[in-house]
Design a protein around this ligand. Structure first.
Ligand code: 5GP
Length: 172
């Protein structure tokens, strides 16, 4: 696998787009205190930058949702670290790095629904609609991309490349 040095999405573009997403979320959640449920590890940089551009007071919680080995999607979803008390009767915004087949977001949403949140919305930095296997529509999307395997800005390939400030395609 080889990293394409030329970014698919550069750091400035990411930063600007996250600002737009933050303003959108601020408008929708004005007067409420939503819970941001950040899925680790891929969404850690996205969430860190998103919350620093939000004006709405938010509670930040983390869960680990694992569904990937290498570039192959694996099921079922393994969800750890969920504090169910932070979901009951709360407005929950799930923060994901990327929606690919949609299986992770679908399974996660189903598990959260069981704890009676006031609402659940999905916020994803990246969306690969061409790869969808389960019907999932993110409410807030940074960028829709084509069917590439991407790394950087929190996303990894076998544990590497998360620290890159931009998003790059990795090729066979
Ligand atoms: P899904 O369940 O939607 O197929 O996949 C969701 C998870 O798969 C993401 O949260 C992410 O961890 C991983 N994933 C999907 N596509 C990519 C990709 O292009 N690059 C990386 N690094 N991870 C991906």
């Amino acid at each position: 696998m080889q990293l394409n040095e030329c970014p698919l999405i550069d750091a400035d573009t990411i930063h600007q787009r996250i600002g737009e997403m933050a303003r959108q979320i601020d408008q929708v959640y004005a007067g409420r205190h939503p819970v941001l449920l950040v899925t680790l590890s891929g969404a850690f940089l996205f969430a860190a930058d998103l919350v620093r551009q939000l004006r709405t007071p938010v509670q930040i919680e983390f869960v680990r949702a694992q569904s990937y080995r290498g570039t192959q999607s694996a099921t079922p979803l393994q969800l750890t670290g969920l504090n169910t008390e932070t979901v009951v009767n709360r407005h929950v915004i799930v923060v994901e790095d990327i929606v690919d087949t949609g299986r992770t977001a679908h399974a996660l949403t189903e598990q959260l629904q069981a704890h009676n949140p006031a609402s659940i919305r999905l916020c994803a930095l990246l969306d690969k609609p061409a790869r969808r296997e389960v019907s999932v529509t993110a409410d807030y999307v940074g960028f829709a991309i084509e069917d590439h395997f991407v790394v950087g800005y929190g996303l990894d390939y076998d544990g590497l490349y998360r620290q890159l400030p931009a998003i790059h395609v990795i090729e066979a």
